[in-house]
Design a binder for this molecule. Structure first.
Ligand SMILES: NC(=O)c1ccc[n+]([C@@H]2O[C@H](COP(=O)([O-])OP(=O)(O)OC[C@H]3O[C@@H](n4cnc5c(N)ncnc54)[C@H](O)[C@@H]3O)[C@@H](O)[C@H]2O)c1
Length: 278
């Protein structure tokens, strides 16, 4: 089989959650560019419309459509999956990606204690929100993906955006973010074990710092990204386009024997020495 054929996704039916901005948009772009038909799910109406129009204007082979849905709303998400399946001839690839930041951690980037990020000050509603979007909605999305793919009987690829936060602890990231992403990575492994029999592959992408809109676009701010630049082996943070080759690999037959994996893409940031805790 030629390499071109291995990386083929043309004609596949793809769903991406959290697709209006950032990594989700990059996933949607690479899929449409390579000829897949893509449903972009997001709750940000204006940005979703802008992103759809901008992708459309590229004239790529794949068709794109939008679904204005909050991924924590199970009924609305199920309906969006049904509609995508009806319009795109099933569901072959699902990027479970929508996520939010968790606010400041218990340390500032300079290493000082940050009162509002400490466990005894954490707002319970904030905990519930972050776990709800970053973990429970991943369960919602992957469950629907599995349901459609099993019923079709033609396999599929589920790709969850986890984080390097799944593997280490970090004082400057809001505490609820860490167990949410550890949960996503573990759920991916569990589902890979269960769904392999149906030729449904389940993998995680575990990014380090990418310049997106998360945390109010913090990474776009040169001062805010200094700590991450220091910690990265490559001395920089990443652009969203840099996620595209990995997304294409996991979505296509090029990764036919890959399931349950945790694909770290972080400029070596995870190798940094442990943080000093003030
Ligand atoms: N950017 C990074 O450095 C980085 C690092 C590791 C992991 N991640 C993960 O990548 C994923 C994408 O984040 P990003 O950095 O591209 O952020 P982003 O803010 O640029 O994009 C996230 C998108 O998800 C949408 N969204 C948020 N909550 C939603 C909900 N309840 N329902 C539907 N849509 C929702 C937002 O409207 C937005 O369009 C997240 O799961 C995040 O945790 C990001």
């Amino acid at each position: 089989m030629s390499l071109e054929t291995m990386f083929e996704v043309a004609g596949k039916s793809v769903i991406v959650t959290g697709a209006a901005y950032g990594l989700g948009r990059a996933y949607a772009e690479v899929m449409a560019e390579r000829g897949a038909n893509v449903t972009l799910i997001d709750l940000n109406e204006d940005q979703l419309a802008r992103t759809l129009a901008e992708i459309d204007a590229q004239g790529w082979r794949g068709q794109v459509r939008g679904a204005l849905v909050d991924v924590t709303d199970r009924a609305a998400l199920a309906q969006a999956f049904d509609e995508a399946a009806a319009q795109q001839d099933g569901v072959d690839v699902v990027f479970s990606n929508a996520g939010v930041d968790a606010g400041p951690g218990f340390l500032t980037p300079e290493g000082a204690r940050n009162p509002e990020g400490q466990i005894d000050a954490l707002d319970d509603a904030h905990w519930d929100k972050v776990i709800g979007v970053n973990l429970t909605s991943m369960y919602n999305t992957m469950k629907l993906a599995a349901r459609h793919m099993k019923a079709q009987g033609r396999g599929g690829s589920i790709i969850a955006t986890s984080s390097i936060a799944a593997f280490y602890v970090d004082g400057i990231v809001g505490t609820p973010y860490m167990p949410a992403k550890a949960g996503v990575s573990h759920l991916v492994k569990q589902l890979a074990m269960e769904l392999g029999k149906f030729q449904i592959r389940v993998n995680a992408i575990c990014p380090g710092p990418f310049i997106t809109n998360i945390a109010g676009g913090r990474m776009a701010n040169v001062e805010d990204r200094q700590a991450f630049i220091r910690w990265s082996c490559l001395g920089r943070v990443a652009e969203t386009d840099e996620i595209k080759p990995l997304a294409l690999y996991l979505a296509s037959g090029a990764s036919a024997y890959v399931t349950g994996s945790q694909m770290v893409i972080d400029g070596g940031l995870i190798l940094r020495p442990a943080q000093e805790v003030a």
